[in-house]
Design a protein around this ligand. Structure first.
Ligand code: SAM
Length: 447
């Protein structure tokens, strides 16, 4: 049919969706290319979570105009969250775009592209559609680590967030469909899966019969070949003791939890409509830390939410100090169209957001470094996942708590091995280690 180039912005779910789209188009004989200059079809999978993410997309679309001028038959399409949020406005703002479709329409991508080719006029598809588990993948993609979307949408209505608009109602995929996908991945050599959902802790509550994430984790834990399981993103509001026990008891579930705090101030949390207080969040963390010793925690925090005072921000710093996160993702509040927070009084000046962003990153960096130092001299399991990025003669892997470890290569070690490794050096963004034993001596999977 022709050559397809996919550009992906945003979260893991977008990466997953882009791969599904490439897989579906492969079935219509579209061949994936890394080079946009040789593409006949370019799809941009977009993120709408912050204005900056959107600016990147419009700037890319501007760049592509020159390519389209040289190659008028090129089809440029915009998919994903921005497509769902801005719909027809994208066609007006970015002339040359001929296809706009939201995530519910991914299953129809082959027909939509065909329609553009046939009619050569812009096609817009942003309606709701039945939930379909798409497992198509582009040729040659078999990964050691894979994402698996287990649910779509979000119904939390946090006042800052566009996700309920861009990804629609919360809908879970059936456990059988998810397990079939994961067994297929394992058969192709995948050893680690990350289960994805916007509020993944809510998995299964909408199914009939209802189930939950803990039950799904139990089933995934049984899949032969899979060594590690992670899940993200969780909202603290519904994070249950049952789920904490699943992390504690299931050997393949990593002791790594991403639990967005957003703010350490109760006043701000209430205005964000998060549904928990700072005290409840800390209680949950204490329960997790007691049940899963040495659990690695990461979080998302928004700085400069409307009305956030210096005292509110100090409360956030305080929670960050107390929890001791391995990683903190800091976001400057960005007003999003149609969200309640965008029209709240007391929007915070950019300079204040920038200053709070730097202060928080500084505190978070110091804490993360201290957390890393605890690993020095310890022997931990490392999943070898490829060559080191900085030195191709070396291997790279990850600990169960998701830290990068660089290692000297050894002829007995292959990508995909899980090996006990002694941590010999702690660097700002990575660790160095030495294999403590080699494959033939090792029985994997210890928690
Ligand atoms: N579903 C997750 C939850 O409720 O915790 C959020 C997933 S969102 C894709 C990732 C992060 O983006 C959020 O946790 C939040 O910190 C940040 N974010 C969302 N909306 C934002 C906004 N309007 N401005 C700045 N950051 C935002």
């Amino acid at each position: 049919m022709g050559k397809l180039h996919v550009i992906t912005y945003g979260c893991q779910m977008n990466e997953y969706d882009s791969e599904r789209v490439a897989g579906l188009l492969k079935e219509r004989s579209w061949e994936l290319t890394e080079r946009e200059s040789e593409a006949d079809l370019i799809l941009i999978n977009t993120c709408a979570i912050r204005e900056k993410a959107e600016e990147k997309v419009f700037s890319k679309l501007g760049e592509l105009r020159a390519l389209k001028a040289r190659k008028p038959e090129l089809i440029v399409g915009v998919m994903g969250c921005m497509a769902q949020l801005h719909q027809g406005a994208i066609l007006k703002k970015a002339p040359g775009v001929e296809l706009v479709f939201g995530s519910p329409a991914i299953a129809k991508v082959g027909d939509l592209v065909e329609q553009v080719r046939r009619e050569r006029r812009p096609v817009l598809e942003t309606g709701e559609a039945p939930l379909v588990k798409i497992t198509a993948k582009p040729a040659g993609v078999s990964r050691l680590k894979s994402y698996v979307t287990v649910m779509e949408g979000c119904e939390k209505r946090c006042t800052f967030c566009v996700v309920p608009v861009t990804r629609g109602r919360q809908r879970s995929h059936a456990p059988t469909a998810i397990l079939t996908e994961i067994r297929g991945l394992a058969a192709e050599g995948c050893r680690e899966v990350t289960l994805l959902g916007q509020t993944v802790e809510m998995y299964g509550r909408d199914l009939t019969p209802a189930t939950d994430l803990a039950a799904l984790l139990e089933q995934v834990n049984e899949v032969e070949g899979i060594e590690r399981i992670r899940f993200t993103t969780s909202n603290p509001f519904n994070f249950t003791t049952r789920l904490i026990h699943a992390i504690r008891d299931l050997p393949k579930v990593c002791e790594w939890v991403h639990l967005p705090l957003q703010s350490g101030s109760n006043v701000v949390l209430a205005r964000m409509h998060r549904g928990y207080t700072r005290e409840r969040y800390q209680e949950l963390i204490a329960e997790l830390q007691a049940a899963v010793p040495d659990v690695a925690l990461s979080t998302d925090i928004i700085v400069g939410f409307p009305g956030e005072t210096e005292a509110d921000f100090a409360q956030t710093l305080d929670v960050v100090e107390q929890v001791g996160y391995d990683n903190v993702f800091v976001y400057r509040y960005s007003p999003r169209p149609g969200t309640p927070a965008a029209t709240m009084a007391e929007q915070i000046p950019l300079a204040v957001k920038a200053e709070r962003n730097s202060r928080l990153l500084e505190v978070a960096g110091r804490i993360a470094a201290a957390r890393s130092r605890r690993l020095l001299g310890r022997t931990v399991d490392v999943l070898v996942d490829g060559r080191s990025r900085k030195n191709a003669a070396e291997l790279q892997g990850r600990t169960r708590c998701n830290r990068v470890v660089n290692l000297e290569a050894h002829e007995a070690v292959s990508v995909g091995d899980v090996l006990p490794t002694r941590i010999t050096e702690v660097l700002p963004h990575s660790l160095r280690g030495m294999f403590a034993s080699l494959p033939e001596e090792t029985a994997c999977l210890s928690k």
